[in-house]
Design a protein around this ligand. Structure first.
Ligand code: UDX
Length: 445
């Protein structure tokens, strides 16, 4: 099947490469010429394990190409995916939908024949219907465009697997009406996703607004789960209880489950923080003012965890001015170079603003971190990062940090003091090697 993927950021580039991997002929498009040039040369402009191989294999096989030319896109296929960004608006919680709108404005007037546009971007409920109206006004006589919504649930770090073997496929389609013929989107999606559907992937076909809400609800639920355990973690700290054992214990109840009960520095990234805020803003706009106010609390609990690490640093060091602090991690989570709203980088930045001399190390996120916080000191390796540290903060749980040998690390630092911001180190092993350990939600003797 032939298709185009519009927007080649995290979501779009992964989707384009993975659709080609499923055997389709795919053209990816973006307005950013540098990005397109890189992708054409089989270079992924961000870190995602496994994606460079999929990209190269499919470009070599002739199934995947990239362009900046919308005329090419209009002529290439009758099925188009939208994977452009919907960032948080400046000065508001709401999502900015101008890039999805721009896709409709640029593409639709060029289309001939019958086209199906499947939106993958995370959008406020009601966007797909508004885009359909927009497209209807722009479409040429004799041509038709159907907008459907097919939200994406991929996780950074597992993007290839999540796209090729999704745990569910959700499709929102419009109803037939006086102005629109019957929807063809389900038939198109069944062909696009023939391989996962053969493998019994659940396929939920619903209306546009439900599909839009599925995505933001899933992310709001995940964020709530993390903030729930982090709120409990605050109580644990005050009474000397252990939040990790508590999470294990409640996680055995399969109605609760242990996943996303990892207490620590909390969530960040390009999705969870922005999506819960956009969801709250949209709920207010559609008249459900009270419905999601608890998400404010979810957001606040999450932000308090960053402050808690700063407070712990102060408790241990007294004044922060001029103190050598090493922050391990800059990416918002391991296996990613994404530093958007990264708890690790927020902590590093705040410590630096409080006068500490902060050195940061991340296996993949250094270049992006440097762009956001050029004033921090960036180490060249884990060893370099630990040299002379008076306090080490483990802020992103990369494997390299989890496997660190406490005896080796002790030989490098000035003071054996560590805050485990992700609850991933074994306290006994570290304490046996002479370290003083602090953690979130646990009192370590
Ligand atoms: C998320 C959703 O999981 C995905 O389905 C959606 O498509 C996009 O948003 P992603 O942003 O890649 O994916 O990250 P995710 O793995 O969900 O982690 C989000 C944040 O939560 C990270 O900062 C992570 O460190 C944090 N987290 C996760 C915790 O603090 N504790 C946990 O137990 C799990």
């Amino acid at each position: 099947m032939r298709m185009t993927v519009i927007g080649t950021g995290y979501l779009g580039a992964t989707h384009a490469a993975c659709m080609a991997e499923l055997g389709h002929e795919v053209l990816g498009v973006d307005v950013d010429e540098n990005k397109i040039e890189a992708l054409k040369n089989s270079k992924v402009p961000f870190y995602e394990p496994g994606l460079p191989e999929v990209l190269e294999r499919n470009i070599d096989a002739g199934r995947l190409d990239f362009t900046t030319d919308y005329d090419e896109v209009a002529a290439f296929a009758n099925v188009h995916f939208i994977g452009v960004g919907t960032p948080q608006q400046r000065g508001s919680y709401a999502a900015d939908t101008r890039y999805v709108e721009a896709v409709i404005d640029d593409l639709v007037p060029k289309l001939q024949g019958h086209h199906v546009i499947l939106g993958k971007s995370t959008v406020p409920v009601g966007t797909a219907a508004a885009l359909q109206e927009r497209a209807d006004k722009l479409v040429q006589d004799g041509a038709s465009v159907e907008i459907a919504w097919n939200p994406e649930f991929l996780r950074e770090g597992y993007a290839v697997k999540d796209t090729i073997e999704p745990d569910r496929i959700v499709l929102g389609v419009r109803g037939a009406s006086a102005t629109h013929e019957e929807s063809r989107a389900e038939e198109v999606a069944r062909e696009v996703y023939a391989t996962p559907l053969e493998n019994d992937t659940p396929f939920i076909v619903t209306d546009l607004q439900t599909a839009e809400l599925v995505k933001v609800s899933a992310n709001a639920f995940l964020a709530t789960k993390i903030s729930f355990i982090n709120a409990v973690s605050e109580v644990c700290e005050n009474v000397g209880a252990d939040v990790t054992q508590l999470a294990d214990a409640i996680g055995y109840d399969d109605r609760i489950g242990r996943k996303f009960l990892g207490a620590g520095l909390g969530f960040g990234g390009g999705c969870l923080p922005k999506d819960i805020r956009a969801f709250m803003a949209r709920a207010g706009e559609v008249g459900a003012d009270q419905a999601l106010t608890f998400l404010r609390e979810v957001d606040a609990i999450n932000m308090r965890r960053r402050q808690r690490v700063i407070d712990l640093a102060r408790e241990e060091l007294g004044s922060l001015i001029g103190r050598n602090i090493t922050v391990l991690g800059a990416a918002f989570k391991p296996n990613s170079d994404d530093v958007r709203d990264s708890p690790a980088l927020a902590v590093a930045g705040q410590l630096s603003l409080a006068g500490a001399s902060v050195r940061v190390y991340d296996p993949q996120g250094m270049d992006n971190a440097r762009k956001v916080f050029p004033t921090l000191d960036y180490a060249t390796s884990l060893e370099d990062a630990l040299n002379g540290a008076e306090l080490v903060i483990l802020a992103t749980e990369w494997q390299e940090f989890k496997q660190m040998d406490p005896v080796w690390a002790a030989g490098l630092v000035d003071k054996q003091l560590l805050i485990d911001g992700r609850n991933v180190l074994d306290p006994q092993t570290w304490q046996a090697a002479g370290w003083q350990l602090r953690a979130l939600g646990r009192t370590l003797g």
